[in-house]
Design a protein around this ligand. Structure first.
Ligand code: SAH
Length: 259
C-alpha cells in the first residue's frame, strides 16, 4: 500500500526550502541543480525511501499532502494559505459527506482541501466567473486526484446559489456581503458560513449583513503563523514572516428569519 507505483505524484524532498512534486513514470528523468534523478528507480520503493541523483545527492520520496499540491499548483490567482485553510476546515464543520458551495474557485487551493475532506460521499459546488481560471483549477484538481468530488459552475455567485440544504458555504471573493442573503436561503438550519477577506472594510460589511439575516455565532479571526528556526544554540523565531493574508469570518444559520 505504501509503495510507489507508476503514475504516482511524489514529493522529492531535498531540504525544507527545496521540494519538487513529480509524476513518476517509467523512463522519465527529473533534472535538478543537483543532477538528474531517474524516476523509474522510484518504482516499487516504499514512500520515505531515499533516492540519489546523478551527482550522488540524496532526495527523500514523500507522499504529497494537499498543502503540497496547493503550493505547487499552476497559479493564476492568489491562493488561500494552508494556515488559513486549516482554520476554515476546523471551524466550518466540513467533513466526510458535507455538501459545500464555494466561491470563487480561483486556483483551486481551497477547493482541493475542501474536496479532500468531504470524501467519499460529500461534494463541492464551486462558483467562478472567469473561464480561464476554471480550466487551471480543474487541472490542479485532477493532478491531486480530487476532480470527482467537485463541480465548477461558471456563474457570478452574487446573483444567486442553485443548490439547497447545504452544510456549508465558503467564500473568497471581493464582495462576500452580497452573497449573504443567498447563503441564508441555501444553507440548512445550523449550516455554516465562512468568508475569507483581506481587508477590515470587507469584514465589517459582511458581519453587518450576517447580523441582518439571523446568522448567529458570528466570529472573525486572523491567524498569524510564525516559523521557528530550529538549530542547536540558534533556535528562535525566523526574522521574516508573512505579516498578513486575510481575516476569516464564521457564522451559523439560525432558523426563523421569516417567522
Ligand atoms: N480561494 C482560491 C482563490 C480565489 S481568488 C484559492 O485558494 O485558490 C478569487 C476568485 O474569485 C477569482 O478567481 C475571481 O475570478 C472569483 N470571483 C470574484 N467574484 C466572483 C463572483 N461574484 N462569483 C464567482 N467568482 C468570483
Amino acid at each position: 500500500m505504501n509503495k510507489i507505483v507508476e503514475g504516482d505524484n511524489v514529493l522529492l524532498y531535498l531540504d525544507r526550502k527545496r521540494t519538487y512534486l513529480v509524476k513518476v513514470e517509467e523512463g522519465k528523468t527529473f533534472h535538478t541543480h543537483k543532477g538528474f534523478i531517474d524516476l523509474s528507480s522510484l518504482l516499487s520503493k516504499e514512500y520515505g525511501s531515499g533516492v540519489r541523483s546523478s551527482t550522488g545527492v540524496e532526495f527523500i520520496a514523500l507522499k504529497p499532502f494537499i498543502a503540497d499540491y496547493a503550493f505547487k499548483s499552476l497559479r493564476k490567482t492568489q491562493i488561500i494559505y494552508p494556515k488559513d485553510i486549516a482554520l476554515i476546515l476546523m471551524f466550518s464543520g466540513v467533513g466526510p459527506g458535507s455538501r459545500v458551495v464555494e466561491a470563487g474557485t480561483g486556483t483551486g487551493a481551497l477547493t482541493s482541501a475542501l474536496a479532500f475532506y468531504v470524501r467519499p460521499n460529500g461534494h463541492i459546488y464551486s462558483y467562478e466567473i472567469r473561464e480561464e481560471f476554471i480550466k487551471t483549477a480543474l487541472k490542479n484538481l485532477q493532478r491531486a486526484g480530487l476532480a470527482d468530488y467537485v463541480e465548477i459552475e461558471q456563474k457570478d455567485i452574487t446573483t444567486g446559489i442553485n443548490e439547497e440544504n447545504l452544510d456549508s458555504i465558503v467564500l473568497d471573493l471581493a464582495t462576500p456581503w452580497l452573497v449573504v442573503p443567498y447563503a441564508y436561503d441555501s444553507l440548512m438550519g445550523g449550516g455554516s458560513f465562512v468568508s475569507f477577506s483581506p481587508t477590515i472594510d470587507q469584514v465589517v460589511k459582511t458581519v453587518e449583513a450576517l447580523e441582518e439575516h439571523r446568522f448567529v455565532a458570528v466570529e472573525t479571526v486572523e491567524c498569524l503563523m510564525r516559523r521557528m528556526q530550529t538549530e542547536r544554540g540558534r533556535t528562535r523565531p525566523e526574522t521574516l514572516m508573512t505579516g498578513h493574508t486575510g481575516y476569516i469570518t464564521f457564522a451559523r444559520k439560525a432558523l426563523g428569519k421569516d417567522s
